[in-house]
Design a protein around this ligand. Structure first.
Ligand code: PGA
Length: 256
């Protein structure tokens, strides 16, 4: 049984005070839960503040939204995996479609970022997803397979068990348009099959999250599906009540 994983991606939102309060509310809500892993990913500049709150005691784990592929050196504005570890981060999102789209990140770069994260003991959550145009032209499977393969090949079969994956259809991110259970399950199955070609044991154990307009209302039906092991949540992770409902749905899941 794969333990459900819920990751909140706060993106470039909030300020020290509102995010501090949001974290406290989320932390209080998952205080007694060991049935699912809960991670929040604050903007870099608030990591220190949120990690300090974690050190005082919290079941919530911390992730970063991005990481440099480089270990150190003259890379202005970049943040290394070792720095993130020093803060207390355990996870990092790599290859979010907003990075691919607005910052020209390629599959090869994303794989190098995942490898850099693993080398410092961080768990990369590697995102893949097709655009609406790609889905409408029947290319979804091809696009997703290529993106998963780039990550798997770049990280290498021996370290692939350190990676968690997220399927985030680009057309569903921040649009309120969630993929149907059928669409999501189909893609998750393809992804597991692609990973299986590298290592079938890893494929059986790795968590594949769904992301794209997940809310407290639709989370349970998505998490119910056999290959959906958690959610990557944007907008709803900025509302404690909504996010906790998603965590609750994950925790129910494991009880089934
Ligand atoms: P959303 O974002 O939940 O606001 O659609 C998801 C994501 O970008 O990870």
């Amino acid at each position: 049984m794969r333990k459900p994983l819920i990751v909140g991606n706060w993106k470039m939102n909030g300020d020290a005070e509102t995010l501090g309060t949001l974290f406290e509310e989320i932390s209080a809500g998952v205080a007694d839960s060991t049935r699912e892993d809960v991670v929040v990913c604050p903007p870099f500049v608030f990591l220190e503040r949120i990690c300090q709150a974690v050190r005082k005691g919290s079941a919530v784990k911390i992730g970063a939204q991005d990481v440099s592929e480089h270990a150190k050196g003259a890379y202005t504005a970049e943040v290394s995996a070792a720095m993130l570890r020093e803060f207390g981060c355990e996870f990092v999102i790599v290859g979010h479609s907003e990075r691919r789209q607005h910052h020209g990140e390629t599959g090869a770069l994303i794989a190098r970022k995942a490898a850099a994260a693993i080398s410092c003991g961080l768990v990369p959550v590697a995102c893949v997803g097709e655009t609406l145009a790609q889905r409408e032209s029947g290319m979804t499977r091809q696009v997703i397979n290529a993106q998963v393969e780039e990550i798997a090949a770049g990280v290498g079969p021996e370290l692939l068990d350190r990676v968690e994956f997220a399927y985030e259809p680009v057309w569903a991110i921040g649009t309120g348009k969630v993929a149907t259970g059928e669409q999501a399950q189909e893609v998750h199955e393809w992804m597991r099959a692609t990973i299986s070609a590298y290592n079938s044991e890893v494929a059986a154990g790795c968590r594949i999250l769904y992301g794209g307009s997940v809310t407290g209302e639709n989370a349970a039906s998505l998490l119910d599906l056999p290959d959906i092991d958690g959610c990557l949540v944007g907008g709803a992770s900025l509302r404690a009540g909504d996010f906790l409902e998603i965590c609750q749905a994950a925790s129910q899941q494991e009880n089934d």
